[in-house]
Design a protein. Structure first.
Length: 256
């Protein structure tokens, strides 16, 4: 039997100690060693280890974020597997945060990944989110989203936010004058909450979750400009993104 040719890239770069996994990232214009060091010193809280949180967590850990806190109270189910890519069939029935920590430590052993098996609510949000540099909101109810946004505003921590439903996804950043309540001034009824029992395209979750991670990485590394004040909306059927400017609620009230 003729042996398969070896991959020259693999032969030159074996998985050896001392190899810099971030060399391509450091080479980015405007990023460099300073951006990588900022990431290594950053702390990110990710709330909701589901369809959005799984890809976001994977990219954050692989990028070299220093500390990643995963907050979720749910357990892995079979119906999660098509979109929650950190989990395999062997994780079914386990708490999502514990299964995710196990997967992420294999991907990025140097990242400090901390599981918090809890549901964020008005009583604990400030305590759970304090001390982080960025928050990623991957939750799927408007009650949780408003609680997180209100706590983050109180703490002065930017939030990378996203949502998916069916073929559509949304991404934005809440920071400074850009607030969650500019997008949803009041909590919509439960019929508008997404994911649980709803139809969703698995790859769209990956697309939106990766976009959320990109916003968090830009904020944590101090590079680029965040989507604050702009809602990016994607239609997976057409493959097209569009942007919608978000006006502060105070500005809308003044024009009324």
């Amino acid at each position: 039997m003729t042996p398969l040719p070896s991959d020259p890239e693999r032969s030159r770069e074996p998985h050896a100690r001392g190899l810099d996994p971030f060399v391509r990232q450091r080479a980015l214009t405007g990023f460099g060693a300073r951006g990588q060091q900022a990431l290594a010193e950053a702390s990110v809280a990710l709330v909701g280890v589901g369809g959005l949180g799984c890809p976001a967590a994977q990219y954050l850990a692989a990028a070299g974020v220093g500390r990643l806190t995963l907050i979720d109270s749910d357990h892995v189910s079979v119906t999660n597997l098509h979109r929650q890519i950190l989990f395999g069939p062997d994780a079914v029935g386990r708490p999502k945060v514990h299964a995710a920590v196990r997967a992420l430590r294999l991907i990025a052993p140097g990242v400090d990944v901390r599981p918090v098996l809890a549901r964020v609510d008005a009583a604990n949000a400030t305590q759970l989110l304090a001390g982080h540099d960025v928050i990623i909101d991957g939750t799927d109810t408007f009650v949780a989203r408003h609680v997180i946004a209100d706590a983050a505003e109180h703490l002065g921590i930017p939030v990378a936010w996203g949502a998916v439903s069916g073929w559509h996804g949304q991404v934005t950043v809440f920071a400074g004058e850009a607030r969650m309540r500019d997008l949803f001034p009041a909590e919509p009824g439960p019929e508008l909450d997404t994911c649980e029992g709803g139809a969703v395209l698995g790859t769209l979750c990956g697309q939106v979750g990766a976009a959320m991670a990109t916003e968090a990485l830009k904020i944590a590394s101090g590079t680029g400009s965040a989507l604050a004040g702009t809602l990016a909306v994607v239609d997976a059927r057409s493959g097209r993104w569009r942007e919608i400017a978000l006006a502060p609620a105070s500005a809308r009230a003044a024009r009324a």
